[in-house]
Design a protein. Structure first.
Length: 245
């Protein structure tokens, strides 16, 4: 089988809260039915939340509860004056399952990072951010993924060479998605170009401050037109949706 996969270079994940905490028997794909369950069978749902490690969940997106974004579920529940299970139930109902979270892993140490590094070195790997930009406290991957690949995993750790990084982040994705005129620098290709300073490129966004812009990339051209020049947006919007060849 012809397989490939993508990763982002962080240990924590991020998704909508319902995907993390709702029991398998709750019809999460049907928002109306899921809310009906949370309203009418809330006590049953809360009993099944005994295995949830609430301290690992930080609210990233909570429409109507913006004051809670950036706090862990226990911190939010304490400020709300209720149990963490009850607050989570109310939050899912009030946000219509839109609430999002950042999830810490139990192995946030050298062993966990080594697994991330080993996966990205696989020749079938493609880099991706899986970025979610909504909410006041998103995962830093939305702002730092590709600069982190280049700054930390190429320059600092040498997990990839600069040439390998270009393949993993550009040419391999273009090939997998059947975009023959993208992902390479050669005559006849569309000039989608990113100018990287190999000495300074770095991610600045953190879990505490996730919306910090990366550094070391000051010029970007899309279809040959500068959209970022000397670190400033030019106002050009030459990007477009692409279809596989």
């Amino acid at each position: 089988m012809d397989l490939s996969f993508d990763t982002y270079p962080y240990l924590r994940g991020s998704t909508i809260l319902g995907m993390v905490v709702l029991p398998a028997w709750v019809p999460a794909a049907d928002i109306e039915k899921a809310i009906e369950v949370l309203v009418n069978e809330g006590e049953r749902v809360k009993r099944e939340w005994g295995e949830v490690v609430w301290e690992r969940l930080t609210l990233a997106h909570a429409p109507g509860f913006e004051w809670a974004e950036g706090l862990t579920l226990p911190e939010v529940a304490e400020r709300h004056g209720t149990s963490v299970e009850e607050f989570c139930r109310v939050l899912l109902i009030e946000t219509r399952l839109e609430a999002g979270c950042v999830m810490a892993r139990p192995d946030e140490g050298p062993r966990g990072e080594e697994s991330v590094r080993a996966v990205m070195r696989d020749p079938g790997h493609m880099g991706g951010s899986d970025g979610i930009h909504v909410g006041g406290h998103p995962h830093p991957r939305a702002y730092g993924t590709f600069a982190r690949y280049l700054g930390r995993h190429v320059r600092e750790l040498a997990d990839l060479t600069w040439e390998q990084a270009a393949v993993h982040l550009a040419s391999h994705p273009a090939r997998r998605f059947h975009l023959p005129d993208r992902g390479l620098i050669r005559r006849g290709q569309v000039a989608d170009l990113i100018v990287v300073n190999p000495e300074t490129v770095a991610d600045i966004a953190t879990y505490s401050h996730p919306r910090e812009l990366a550094v070391g990339i000051d010029d970007v051209l899309v279809a040959g037109v500068p959209v970022l020049k000397d670190g400033r947006l030019t106002g050009a919007t030459t990007g477009r949706a692409l279809r596989a060849a």
